[in-house]
Design a protein around this ligand. Sequence first.
Ligand code: NDP
Ligand code: OXD
Length: 311
Amino acid sequence: MATVLFRPTFDFDRPVWVPALRQGLTGHDVRIAPEETGDPADIDYLVLWRLTAGDRTGWPNLKAVLSLSAGVNQFMGHPEMPDVPLIRMIEPGLEHGMAEYVASMVLRFHRDHDRLRQEQDDKRWTPYIPPLATARTVGFMGMGHMAQACIDVLKPFGFALRGWSRSPRHYDDVECFSGEGSLSRFLAGTDILVCLLPHTPETENILNRQTLAQLPRGACLINAARGRLLVDADLLAALDDGHIARAALDVFHKEPLPSDHSFWIHRNIVITPHIAAISIPDTGALSLKKAIDQLEQGEKPEGLVDLTKGY
Ligand code: NDP
Ligand code: OXD
């Protein structure tokens, strides 16, 4: 039996995560910080969204940190990161949520719902032949767990699918590109770009004036990765000049997005408050249990983060 300390951060953590962890982490001693912390030397695993002061040295027998989020950029280079393995969240609820979010935005842009809503406001009736999904290419930057779930949902519509990753990947019915050298070719054939890369030093600002310009005129962008992958001013310029038609943004440099940010009032931007996908407590707790059990048995959990790559 291991001792697992969960530190709540968000309002929903106590009502939903605490019962899910108590139920899911069977066979382990689950404690809730701060009231049940007890002796810091008892703690084997920390389950949390982010680090706080004292984490680096405060847990003398710590075996691993388990992140409740899939993205772990908030742990990278953090002065309070203890010298133990970091495990990120990989769980089916998160993947399902991302697939729903991305599919809904892809279909919204593909079927031009925002323009049609404007026509309704103007009481305009203009029939036309909407292109089918087979005429549209959806390109994924990042071909990991999140992108795979989205691809599985979009494939039956008939979209042409392509993806770009760091190392070569192979997926049936997906045109795969890898490495920096192929980025412009990947972008040049993408009508709807979905960014699902982790935030690392290599990916920071990757959605910038040059890369956006490599997309075909009229392309759309969905950024559900991290805000710092996007140069905000470059997107605004590309939208204003019509090169990018629309953007759906779930993540931002600063969250909550400041009320004076130009994104809020841009007619061709859809904003969501970092809810594209959130770990689901029931399934997330089972995935934490699996990871902890594997660590206890000396095995490598799937979500073990490669600290040299940063994801
Ligand atoms: P994975 O680690 O499974 O996949 C990451 C993918 O990005 C891999 O294909 C990887 O390439 C690729 N990649 C990484 N660095 C580079 C690079 N420099 N150049 C090209 N490709 C690169 O991550 P997930 O799919 O689970 O999650 C991706 C990100 O999505 C998270 O890091 C997080 O930031 C974000 N996210 C956002 C959520 C939201 O609600 N908005 C929810 C969940 C996640 P390779 O295959 O070669 O390793
Ligand atoms: C995550 C997120 O990375 O919620 O899991 O953004």
